[in-house]
Design a binder for this molecule. Structure first.
Ligand code: 4NP
Length: 153
């Protein structure tokens, strides 16, 4: 299984999703390929936002070695599942997709996991809100577990 988590800048939300998906898959014994990317290229080559690195560190998760990557059409071919953090990311990815096969791989994370019913459809973008990172971490941790549970069934 090859999964890519996608947000806007690939420095706040999707690096956490990548780390948490990797940990959730490994906990179940799955050797999956997990990556993340951004629809925008503003931060290409940069490490995750220090606030994402810090919140992950408090939970024993090291995401500091990740580097921001802009998602491409080739990624939509390569990965089996493309998980968008919010509806804007989802729309951007759908517009990037070149075929029905690519379009079918793109899922809105919180709808895919059933969490949208309680959390709404979007993983909140905490970039402009220092206090938002803890909630985003908690939500992504739950979502990552649900993704792995769903694919393991
Ligand atoms: P992310 O957050 O999409 O969760 O990585 C953002 C990162 C950077 C910007 C916006 C959102 N930015 O405008 O640079």
């Amino acid at each position: 299984m090859k999964i890519i988590a996608v947000c806007l800048g690939n420095i706040c939300r999707s690096p956490l999703a990548e780390g948490l998906l990797r940990r959730a898959a490994a906990a179940r014994g799955f050797d999956w390929e997990i990556a993340s990317g951004g629809t925008a290229g503003y931060h290409v080559g940069n490490p995750p936002d220090p606030r994402s690195i810090a919140i992950a560190q408090t939970q024993g998760l090291d995401i500091s070695q990740q580097r921001s990557h802009q998602v491409s059409r080739e990624d939509l071919d390569y990965y089996d599942l493309v998980l968008a953090m919010d509806r804007k990311n989802y729309q951007h990815l759908q517009a990037l997709a070149a075929s029905p096969e690519q379009r079918a791989k793109i899922q809105l994370l919180l709808e895919y996991t059933g969490l949208a019913e309680t959390a709404g459809p979007d993983v909140f973008d905490p970039y402009w809100d220092d206090g938002g990172f803890a909630g985003v971490y908690q939500l992504l941790e739950e979502a990552a577990r649900k993704v792995v549970d769903k694919l393991a069934d």
